[in-house]
Ligand binder design. Structure first.
Ligand code: MG
Length: 455
């Protein structure tokens, strides 16, 4: 798919991702959907209103009435789509920097479109085979109030509210100025948690931190946990479909460790879980302990969702799936990533086991991750680096997986090199029992790639 990458289409707003392009995406999606009503929301980005207006215009030209939710988390829009039984369009660049924006498409069941559905929309777009309504058939816009409140209500009904309330925890929340600012503080307050917040006003300039909830962006949340004696810190990305945690000591929790802990609580013998090719050894270990099965996909939530659907069709039970970036799916709740729901399930786990975050996470420690990005300026440079990765894999004493990029498994550690689907970067991931081991593996392949890029 050239238009829809691993998780929707994204780019620098008004430069790569223009309103003209969003109009075409909207017309193509509308042509394929072929119904008469659609929902539309955006995250907090400064370009969100402009691009949502473009999307509304394109959808109206095909003949759709548009329910405009304004700013809402992606999972909130998905909940609305599922309840109303209508497709939806989300204007968001998720975790990408403030200058980016993008489009995510959601089906009438509230789940992300599958790859084959996206391919149909893409071919309409590329062939410009758009439907067009007559002058008296164009759609109109309905402003929807209260969708965020109803989303919070649905979350409250989906989790073990009594157990979380009884645990009497204080939660530090960092929605990072994103769409979760409008929902997560309210949700955890209504769950009966004590609440402290940082970066909690919606602001598309993201003045407090970048939208990606990674360690280097969560200094303020870690300080907040320490100074307030909170039991846990919860951070979201720009559209709040991800949750990353900080433990009660203010220490950053690796997303891989949180995923492993949640999976350990969910998986039973014979279950299947799905993750991406950069999966952590921590989840691999849990899957072995639980006598479950792990399936790997290329990186990106669309791939994971598509695989879960296929497994469901085959009658497999998939209680949990996802990636170590905080994007976790509980398919029995909804085939969608939901940062607030994920965090509440983690609170349930703590309450049930009567343990603190650090205690739960300690069981999934013992691995260290290193990630490096190598930017490139041209497709030629990118391809030179990927060729170098292939050659490096060929000569390495490791088991090689080529599902998405090159993953080299060394038994005690692994390294992966792959081109990002959303940014001009080759990403290198490594994991090992020590940070030195992981670093050495990352440095080794990075040196080979950099040499090829410069050549
Ligand atoms: Mg996101």
């Amino acid at each position: 798919m050239e238009v829809f990458g691993s998780s929707g289409t994204r780019g620098i707003a008004n430069e790569e991702l223009t309103p003209e392009f969003v109009v075409r995406i909207a017309k193509a999606a509308g042509t394929v959907w072929g119904t008469d009503r659609v929902a539309l929301a955006r995250d907090t980005r400064t370009t969100g209103q402009m691009l949502a207006d473009a999307a509304a215009s394109g959808l109206a030209s095909v003949g759709f009435d548009i329910d405009r939710l304004g700013i809402a988390p992606t999972p909130g829009l998905q909940a609305y789509a599922a309840t109303e039984g209508i497709a939806a369009m989300m204007i968001t660049a998720s975790h990408n920097p403030p200058e980016y924006n993008g489009v995510k498409l959601v089906g009438a069941d509230g789940t992300e479109l599958t790859i084959s559905e996206l391919e149909r929309i893409e071919s309409v777009l590329l062939e410009e085979a758009f439907d067009r309504a007559t002058w008296d058939g164009v759609g109109r816009t309905n402003r929807i109030d209260g969708a965020n409140r109803r989303y919070v209500q649905s979350l409250l009904e989906a989790v073990d509210r009594d157990r979380i309330d009884a645990a009497d925890v204080t939660v530090a929340i960092d929605p990072g100025h994103g769409a979760g600012s409008l929902t997560s503080p309210r949700f955890f307050r209504e769950l009966g948690c004590g609440i402290v917040t940082v970066n909690d006003h919606p602001d598309g300039r993201f003045p407090g931190r970048d939208p990606e909830p990674i360690r280097e962006n969560l200094g303020a949340l870690r300080r907040l946990v320490r100074t307030t004696d909170a039991d846990i810190g919860i951070a979201h990305d720009g559209d709040a479909d991800r949750a990353i945690f900080v433990d009660e000591r203010g220490e950053y929790v690796e997303g891989d460790a949180a995923l492993a802990a949640l999976a350990a609580a969910e998986l039973e013998p014979g279950d299947v879980t799905v993750s991406a090719v950069n999966v952590s050894q921590r989840l691999v270990d849990v899957v072995h302990e639980r006598d479950a099965r792990l399936e790997l996909t290329p990186i990106g939530s669309t791939r994971i969702m598509t695989r879960i659907r296929a497994l469901h069709t085959e009658g497999e039970r998939v209680p949990i799936a996802g990636e170590g970036n905080g994007g976790i799916v509980f398919p029995d709740y909804r085939l969608a990533r939901d940062g607030a729901y994920t965090a509440a399930r983690f609170l349930e786990l703590l309450a049930r086991q009567e343990r603190r975050v650090s205690g739960v996470i300690a069981e999934h420690d013992g691995y260290h991750n290193v990630r490096t990005d190598i930017p490139y300026d041209s497709v030629r440079e990118r391809d030179a680096m990927l060729d170098a990765a292939a050659a490096y894999a060929e000569s390495a004493d490791a088991e090689v997986t080529t599902t998405d990029g090159y993953r080299l498994d060394y038994g005690d550690a692994w390294v992966l090199a792959r081109a990002s689907g959303t940014e001009p970067l080759v990403r290198i991931y490594a994991e090992g029992p020590t940070v030195e081991r992981a670093g050495a593996l990352a440095d080794g392949i990075a040196a080979a790639l950099s040499a090829a890029e410069a050549a």
